[in-house]
Write a protein that binds this ligand. Structure first.
Ligand code: GDP
Length: 442
């Protein structure tokens, strides 16, 4: 009774890294289930900042086992670089990191495809991070992927790369690529890359499905670490401006080979406001000076790309959609302190479309684009909440705002984050204790 999924409840960048790091202090296993190195989880520990892209956030806790599950796509070069970066920071990365055998690899040609697809799409581009993640997931679905297990078998690896490259050359040949990029289409070049990383990655390759099931059966506390957010989910998000994996509970179970009965609770992380990176509709976006104030107060620049994030007010319609499609048990509200200097705070309670009031999140992005937010205004607290560690320490108006978010989403807040540091956290409900109170699923 101790498997807890922690996933993004908005468009990503909600501060999941900080929350998972805080929870990992009481966990035995932390497992990533989807996405690639486009996720950038920032964790601040004793004033020192660590940015994690692929390695689960639990790695900063020496006794926690970290799993990169089969639903993730791994850029082997990026993973090796991250392992070396962590080791250089004095972080132990050895037996404590496992990479699933079924996990798919991002190959050099995936990155070339990613860049050219975005170019060809022009104004319709998705705004991907250009790391080959979409093309790697496409190849997985097309049964053309290369998996971690292949990395360990030279014969199979050569065959997989050959089959895949034969197709890629024909696709990219028509586009016209640079001499440098054409290397990425060379069989020898791809094989050489795999040989280079094999030695470093091989000791981490394991049957992670068996590992996580055994851990669950023996009552270990397991955190399932989501990347991006539910509004970027391939199926439930604002398609086509979404990521190429399932960011919600479905992705957690399929990406780790975890039976659904083993999952005990789901926490959704949401900021006290909203941000979005890249293209796509964002009904509560604030343009101009007020948006800029949020961006600079919240440090809203991408952890992976440095791109400025679009900022806006909390969107309760989008939050309710996320809650409905993932069955969240509770909320974690982060970055409350970023709202400290706003005299008035808006929350979107409904959308207005051509004179009609909508309370549910439309599936069609052209409809969502035309939706105007209907706001309820809350008085700001205009005093610092930064680093608050108890509910009682929060100003009355901040408590009022949080209670309003509970009312508007229909979900209770379990944790509140009031700063980037591990200690800047208010626990309203102990998530692990809450798991113990629940009946097991059949
Ligand atoms: P993630 O991918 O969901 O982990 O989010 P990011 O790491 O991209 O972005 C969250 C950023 O906000 C990081 O720089 C965190 O250090 C920071 N952060 C997290 N929680 C808080 C908070 O409560 N207050 C403030 N001021 N910063 C926070």
């Amino acid at each position: 009774m101790s498997v807890l999924a922690v996933l993004g409840g908005q468009w990503g960048d909600e501060g999941k890294g900080k929350v998972i790091d805080w929870l990992a202090e009481r966990a035995d296993v932390v497992a990533r289930y989807q996405g690639g190195a486009n996720a950038g989880h920032t964790v601040v520990l004793n004033g020192k900042q660590y940015i994690l892209h692929l390695v689960p956030t639990g790695i900063l806790h020496p006794d926690v086992r970290c799993i990169i599950g089969s639903g993730v796509v791994v850029d082997p070069l990026a993973l090796v670089e991250e392992i070396q970066y962590l080791r250089a920071q004095g972080v132990e990365v050895g037996e404590n990191l496992a990479v699933g055998k079924r996990t798919h690899l991002i190959m050099p040609y995936h990155k070339v495809l990613d860049a050219h697809m975005e170019d060809l799409l022009g104004v319709n581009r998705i705004g991907t991070t250009g790391r080959g993640i979409g093309p790697a997931y496409s190849d997985k679905a097309a049964r053309l992927g290369v998996r971690v297990s292949d990395l360990l078998d030279e014969k199979i690896l050569t065959e997989r790369i050959r089959v895949c490259l034969a197709l890629k050359r024909r696709i990219l040949g028509g586009i016209g690529i640079s001499k440098e990029e054409s290397q990425a289409l060379d069989e020898g070049y791809n094989l050489e890359m795999c040989r280079k990383v094999r030695e470093i990655l091989a000791p981490h390759v394991r049957d992670t499905e068996a590992e996580i099931q055994e851990a669950a059966e023996s009552g270990k506390r397991i955190l399932l670490e989501g990347a991006q957010g539910v509004l970027l989910d391939l199926d439930m998000g604002t398609y086509p401006y979404v990521t190429s994996s399932n960011t919600g509970v479905g992705g957690a179970l399929s990406g780790l080979g975890l039976p659904y009965g083993k999952l005990n609770a789901v926490l959704g992380v949401m900021k006290a406001y909203c941000t979005r990176v890249g293209q796509g509709p964002f009904p509560t976006e604030i343009h101009g000076e007020e948006g800029e104030r949020l961006r600079s107060a919240g440090g809203e620049y991408g952890a992976t790309t440095g791109r400025p994030r679009r900022c806006g007010w909390f969107d309760a319609v989008a939050a309710r959609h996320c809650i409905r499609v993932t069955g969240l048990d509770g909320l974690v509200i982060t970055k409350l302190d970023v709202m400290d200097n706003h005299a008035a705070i808006q929350v979107c309670v409904a959308y207005e479309l051509e004179g009609k009031r909508l309370t549910s999140f439309p599936a069609e992005i052209n409809v969502l684009e035309r939706c105007k937010p209907v706001y309820e205004e809350f008085p700001g607290w205009m005093t610092s909440t930064s680093g608050a560690r108890e509910w009682e320490a929060l100003p009355q108006r901040a408590r009022g705002y949080l209670s309003a978010l509970e009312r508007l989403t229909g979900k209770k807040i379990w944790l509140i984050s009031t700063g980037p540091g591990r200690e800047d956290t208010i626990q309203v409900k102990d998530p692990f204790a809450a798991l113990q109170e629940r009946e097991p699923r059949p």
